[in-house]
Design a protein around this ligand. Sequence first.
Ligand SMILES: NC(=O)c1ccc[n+]([C@@H]2O[C@H](COP(=O)([O-])OP(=O)(O)OC[C@H]3O[C@@H](n4cnc5c(N)ncnc54)[C@H](OP(=O)(O)O)[C@@H]3O)[C@@H](O)[C@H]2O)c1
Length: 329
Amino acid sequence: MPKSREIHLVARPEGLPGEEDFKVVETVVPDASDGEVLVENHYMSVDPAMRPRLTDGYELNEPMLGSALGRVVQSRADGFAVGDFVLNRFGFREYFVAGPETLTKVEPVEGLPLTVHMHALGGTGFTAYGGLLKIGQLKPEDKVFVSTAAGAVGSVAAQIAKIKGCWVVGSTGSEEKARWLADEVGLDAVINYRETPIRRGLRGAATEGIDVYFDNVGGDHLDAALASMNTLGRVAVCGMISGYNEPGARTTVRNLANIIYGRITLRGFTAADFLEMRPAFVGEMTEWLRDGRVRYKETVFEGIDAAPRALIGLFQGLNVGKMLVKLAG
Ligand SMILES: NC(=O)c1ccc[n+]([C@@H]2O[C@H](COP(=O)([O-])OP(=O)(O)OC[C@H]3O[C@@H](n4cnc5c(N)ncnc54)[C@H](OP(=O)(O)O)[C@@H]3O)[C@@H](O)[C@H]2O)c1
């Protein structure tokens, strides 16, 4: 029966959360019963969508939930052996016991770390793939704008658009990230919105307008895109992080009327909208990662105590690529 630590939400934050809104709690996890496995989490994910759940969703004084990658340390379930790595929804804790129906076994891909299953080859990569190809109806030679282009979803979306033969401008909030996007990822243009207001930056960079906007930010970024959209443009609304610290994840958009004469399609989505694309995604993304056509970065905080800081850090732009917390291994 291992001792485990887990993160509880102890207060509902207003605005940007603080570390005092969370507590590290020690507990003892039981051994696996018949039909169960005991898992030690090695990595957990923090995601922007967790912020609205701090206001409404997560229970107070209960362990939080989120995706994680763990290793089976005891198995009394068919099909799972000690040493197997599993993706699970029991993040924010070091150990847990669960039935096999809550676990997905991870098959290693030669030459890639297992953690790619938590981003480029996992949920954020798939969100980028389907969001761009199905919701954004991407075509070769489209002019594409991706916001939070150095983040987990954005960096993959921007690179898929490049691979598919598009011209791509990305926005980000620091010089370090802008340099990575321009020099290593190879975007055609990069805007640091902290240096140049996004509307002016986009106008200056996208002189031929935008056909597809992959929106991760909402607010001023969506406004800037709407002011630059070409006729029959598509806006794939993936997220609106600029509003997540507001009650109801509110965001203000002023240029919505531009969709009328521009005949612009604006569509929100989740990965549930394109589950049929999963096999094609896994095939293509595995190849792109192996041959280096899709690059990725991970920002890794160490230890379960650092999980609240990592979550808050998403809203301070502390991550380049996927934000992860390493718990063991
Ligand atoms: N629809 C879906 O199914 C789905 C699935 C996954 C994620 N999402 C959405 O996709 C977006 C990106 O998620 P992710 O996991 O890839 O996170 P991420 O981009 O890796 O990390 C968040 C980044 O957002 C930027 N940011 C934070 N506050 C901002 C603000 N006020 N204005 C502009 N940028 C801000 C920061 O980058 P900079 O320093 O560059 O500003 C930060 O590093 C989020 O909106 C998320 O909710 C949607």
